[in-house]
Design a protein around this ligand. Structure first.
Ligand code: PEP
Ligand code: MG
Length: 319
């Protein structure tokens, strides 16, 4: 089966009814770009930059080191776009294994991701400058995790502007970037208008969206059986985000595990999703699902699933 899938590497991801679908890779380190290209990814939809920050006993990477790392990923993608997410430290991704963690009471609800970045502006500005500088080497999209308040959006935007001014003052060149937000907290999905106003694109982080919608810690084995991507509330938030983005002409992708799950490809296509980002190893299998899909049939089927109390049962009755 692997061999058969490998032949799809250069096949365009287009549905039976002619809908083009973007299949992107999630990477953790710059050298993962090779696996992404090898799998036929059309770009990187999620570079989890926090992996450059973890396990360093508090000694964070400086601007030059980050710039070199981002540049390596960008050059590795050979002109394809690279979406670099700013640090998503905290909760299931502590800075150090010794859990000298930030956010002590409940790390998943604490000072993680953009909340930590906004509380450490010097660290955040360093990362932003490194990303902006790396963007002269190829197309870069900047992605911000865990936003929920309009005020956080404005603060983030003003720090991005500030990073540009700092580079101008130093006479250092930098590239243009599209700026996007992760939609991974229910409150963000429910107030999408403000995100659509400020951002060029959105990326749905279903791993956290499920965690926060269902109040299930994604790392807690004892409740893993209740962690359900097909809960009607999760599906409603995912579907409405895709739809509202589409109506505004903004790209919406999914970069959580749902995007790489072949049992969900047709459902997401039925919701209108046309951009999926996943582990490189999943790309060809998802492409095979795309090639077999007819979105004109999937759209009404997905709407019926959305209206069901127990969508999992209906998902088994395939179209
Ligand atoms: C997500 O939350 O779905 C996501 C893609 O980000 P991470 O898994 O890194 O939190
Ligand atoms: Mg997340």
């Amino acid at each position: 089966a692997r061999g058969r899938l490998a032949r799809l590497r250069h096949t365009p991801a287009v549905t039976l009814d002619g809908q083009k679908v973007e299949l992107l890779a999630n990477i953790e380190m710059p050298d993962d770009a090779a696996a992404a290209v090898q799998a036929g990814a059309m770009g990187v939809g999620l570079f989890r930059s926090e992996f450059l920050f973890m396990g360093r006993h508090g000694k964070l990477p400086n601007e030059e080191e980050q710039y070199q790392a981002y540049r390596r990923a960008i050059e590795g993608m050979q002109g394809l776009p690279v979406t670099i997410r700013t640090v998503d430290i905290g909760a299931d991704k502590p800075l150090d294994d010794t859990a000298r963690d930030i956010g002590h009471l409940n790390p998943a609800l604490g000072l993680r991701a953009i909340r930590w970045s906004l509380s450490e502006p010097a660290m955040f500005l360093t990362q932003l400058r490194a990303i902006l500088r790396a963007a002269v080497h190829g197309p870069v999209h900047l992605l911000i995790p865990m936003l929920v308040h309009a005020s956080e959006i404005r603060q983030t935007m003003s720090l991005i502007d500030h990073a540009r001014v700092q580079l101008d003052n130093r006479g250092v060149s930098y590239g243009n970037v599209k700026i996007g937000a992760m939609i991974e907290i229910p409150a963000a999905a429910l107030t999408l208008k403000v995100f659509l106003k400020y951002f060029d694109f959105l990326s749905i982080g279903t791993n956290d969206l499920i965690q926060y919608t269902l109040a299930i810690d994604r790392a807690d084995e004892s409740v893993a059986h209740l962690y359900d991507p097909l809960h009607p509330a999760v599906l409603r938030l995912v579907a409405s985000t895709i739809e509202e983005g589409r109506l505004q002409g903004k790209t919406v992708s999914v970069c959580g595990e749902m995007a790489g799950d072949i049992s969900l490809t047709k459902l997401l296509l039925g919701f209108g999703l046309r951009s999926f980002s996943m582990h490189p190893a999943q790309i060809l299998a998802v492409k095979q699902e795309v090639l077999r899909a007819d979105t004109s049939k999937l759209t009404p089927w997905a709407q019926a699933i959305l209206a069901d109390d127990e969508p999992a049962r209906r998902l088994n009755q395939r179209v």
